[in-house]
Design a protein around this ligand. Structure first.
Ligand code: CDP
Ligand code: CDP
Length: 228
């Protein structure tokens, strides 16, 4: 039996992190942890409790919420305080506020602790913005995925159109603007900004299929765990 490793996958929105991480984890028999879903869950809870306006003035108001929150995964489902929120955390309002909530130090401290706990036995693929830099700088394999903003907007558009089943979805222009804004917010924040760890393998997926990008990462894992 090979020793399990940690695969850390970071990069901007719609670069392909979660599809790659999910398939890779499946192939390896590892656990996949979507840390974006954890930040989205905190955001959903703050929205439901009507805290957003107050938090913009004084972030200490988030500490009560963080004291009692529970976030977990059951297969592909995301469970917040015992409730399945897998769909709810993808709502537009959550997407709009998640970068703000993610910029708060108290939130990052709490989720860092939870995420490091989840990876203590290794054998995980974790994706997000700061996994290679902050959460697991000792991950055996670090990947940084990028893709052209226009290509990423196209991907999101396809994804949303499929989900909407005929209902209106934002235009390509709107989606590209939203993606670029979120990239900027994530890159410019003080605590754990989005950036490539110097050891992370840079992979531009603009012209890659999902299969191709999974294969590249899978080959890198095989080199490390020594079976191929
Ligand atoms: O899937 P998508 O690219 O829309 O984003 P996500 O992975 O669900 O992450 C949503 C947001 O959570 C990001 O834009 C970041 O603001 C924040 N995030 C973070 O700050 N750190 C992480 N490790 C993961 C997500
Ligand atoms: O997790 P992240 O936001 O980085 O991206 P994702 O959710 O894995 O990918 C965003 C969308 O792009 C999904 O609908 C993927 O199926 C699609 N995609 C693609 O069409 N081609 C790729 N090479 C990678 C992702």
């Amino acid at each position: 039996e090979k020793k399990p490793i940690i695969v850390a996958i970071d990069g901007p929105a719609a670069s392909g992190k979660s599809t790659t991480a999910r398939i890779l984890a499946d192939k390896l028999g590892y656990i996949y942890i979507d840390t974006g879903a954890m930040y989205r869950s905190v955001t959903l809870k703050a929205l439901r409790e009507g805290l957003l306006d107050d938090l913009r003035k004084d972030e200490s108001g988030i500490s009560r919420l963080l004291r009692t929150i529970t976030i977990g995964f059951q297969g592909d489902r995301v469970i917040l305080d015992g409730e399945d929120v897998t769909e709810a955390i993808r709502e537009n309002q959550v997407s709009r506020e998640v970068s703000f909530i993610s910029s708060l130090k108290l939130v990052r401290d709490k989720l860092r602790e939870l995420q490091q706990q989840m990876g203590r036995k290794r054998g995980i693929v974790m994706d997000g913005r700061d996994i290679g830099t902050v959460i697991f700088p000792d991950a055996e394999l670090k990947i940084f995925l990028v893709a052209d903003p226009a290509e990423r907007a196209k991907r999101r558009h396809v994804e949303l159109s499929l989900k909407a089943g005929g209902a209106a979805v934002p235009s390509l222009e709107e989606l590209e603007a939203e993606i670029k804004q979120r990239d900027r917010d994530d890159e410019e924040r003080t605590h754990a900004p989005l950036k490539r760890h110097p050891d992370a393998v840079l992979l531009d997926t603009s012209n890659m299929s999902i299969d191709e990008q999974v294969n590249v990462v899978h080959d890198l894992v095989m080199k490390i765990v020594g079976q191929s």
